[in-house]
Design a protein around this ligand. Sequence first.
Ligand code: GSH
Length: 220
Amino acid sequence: MMKLWGRKSSINVQKVLWCLAELGMQEGKDFERIDAGLHFGQNRTPEFLKLNPNGLVPTLVDGNIVLWESNTIVRYLAKQYDHSHRFSTDINTQYQSEKWMDWQLGTMWPPLRVAMLGLTRTPEAERNYALIEKSYQEADSLLQLLDQELSCKLYCSGDTFQIGDIPLALCVNRWILLNQSFPEQTGPRSQLKNIDAWMRRLQENTQYKIVEEKALNIVK
Ligand SMILES: N[C@@H](CCC(=O)N[C@@H](CS)C(=O)NCC(=O)O)C(=O)O
């Protein structure tokens, strides 16, 4: 059976869990999930490092295929297991979706990650609050761009839900939660009505609800 290594609270593991759910794959039946990362450990053992030398989750083992990098795992699953045609095979739609996945990883997540790790994983005495606020505000500006894009379409790559929506929505979830939990440290959050409507659409029409975090996982 396919094996997925990673704790459920990780944004990157959640991308994979959401995608598996869209493909109708169930934990325990179609794949086994092994808790790893943070307090679960397991991700620095010699056996794990042979699978993923980065020592990070998610890591997927499917037969003789071993993969890490969450967006790649999502792409792989959609290609290999989309038996019910959940995702489009139209080339333009596919690559609009790919574009947003790259944007999430290379542009959106880096500043949001600084704010996220600064506020949830760094002891208070060591936090660089100026950098945290600057990074959060940078992420906020980038999301204004996404909001603009969503003014004329229902999902990031057109009028249907695609894998590109997955990483973006999980970033938006963290952007909202960070501001709710640390309003003074993040500074103001923009009110973006197209993003709000898109998030409601995801809640109603996709498996987003199974991975949506309602509160941040703060490690003291
Ligand atoms: N670019 C990688 C990043 C993976 C990553 O940073 N994973 C984090 C969790 S979100 C991790 O394994 N942290 C160590 C831990 O949880 O112990 C991906 O997208 O999969």
